[in-house]
Design a protein around this ligand. Sequence first.
Ligand code: ASP
Ligand code: MG
Length: 456
Amino acid sequence: MNQAKSNKIIVSKFGGTSMGDANCIRRSAQVVHKRKARFVVVSATSGTTNQLISLGQMAQNQNWSETESLIKKISDRHLEIAKDLNLSAERLSSLQSTLDEMGSLAKGIYLLRDCSPRILDSLQSIGERLSSILMAQALERAEQSVKWLDAREFILTDDLFSKARPQINEIYERHQSIRKDLQQSTKNIYVTQGYIGATADRITTTLGRGGSDYSAALFAEALDADELEIWTDVTGIATTDPRLVPQARSINEISFKEAAELAVFGAKVLHPSTLLPAMRKNIPTFVGSSFDANTAGTWIRKEVTEAPLVRAMALRKNQVLVTVSTPEMLNAYGFLFQIFKIFNDNQVSIDAITTSEISVSMTLDEGTLQNKKLLAELSAIADVQIESHLSLIALIGNNINHTPGLAKKIFEAISNVNVRMICLGASKHNFCFLVNDEQGPEVIKKLHQTFIESEA
Ligand code: ASP
Ligand code: MG
């Protein structure tokens, strides 16, 4: 049994702030060794992805001198970290050729005045490719050999650039030999990039902003890992955003289902898709701070020891409520189908929804309204009303739809607040409602007091 334990496969992911400079990278490498992780996935150094996106835009806008100075800035920062970490000659030369590739891509964008999502994905991939080379160096020690992998050979995706979708079965196949190696020996430690993948034609793709967590979970799934660790700059998942409520505290343990709801409803700690692969394979997932690895973080598991009614709460700002109604639909069928088909055709996701016989109200991110086609198509079949400047408040916990008196307790705590829409019943794990943007923070404070601080 001990044998099996020492052979545990732990996949460990480090976010941008954990890769911020040479000290951060060294500290993260120590966390890897201390936890005996054997497969490491990294984000770009903090801020680099944003810079690469600006770089693409500057080049496309023909600002070559600005473009050049940003190229220099990104290069200098990485070369400085490389120096500090004492990069081997071989790694330095891969770092340099990756930097050269950044320059060439920028030049190409400049010359063609084209920074399409496809090109931008290639440009962004530079960030993770650079940081993973730096991490490989920091992981070096006598007893293990460090293997650097190009994630694009493993994470096969479709060609939806900037939001590419991974092809799970093929990804599993591609990990066969590494899986075997990790099962049989602890000699090698692997390091690779989060966020990036490639199509079957080997064109670079990205999985969507913040997608390194998702990548790490995909690797964990493909490696049949025992554990997944997500290292960031906060000590785990908090009961709510500590910037809103200083009394917020870190949660020790939370179920996959609750954590997934929390991620979707606005907690910034985890990318919302991250948990899907971990859930599929039932891989316990830890979220902690690489800056303070000794402080406990949050474990996300299928089975948890405690199931409190309200475990956490989240606020999602800039929501709009779209109400679609038509009296013609009274006693008719097919209305919901038509509406959802329009959302489906426009690839827009709806968050919370309530319906009555002749109308449907849905919350969407404000940005969605830029999709004029969506609104035009909805208006063609029904009357459409839009209310904006709303915040979605979500309470996450257990047995929420079967607990008598919960709604009363919530609305008593915030009796001075105008509540716009309530969504209760569909999920055991979530209760959500809409309030005005200005009142959102106050609502969260009061509910945190009522349900979390007073229960502590
Ligand atoms: N570097 C990417 C981003 O900033 C992916 C990630 O950090 O998860 O979005
Ligand atoms: Mg990140």
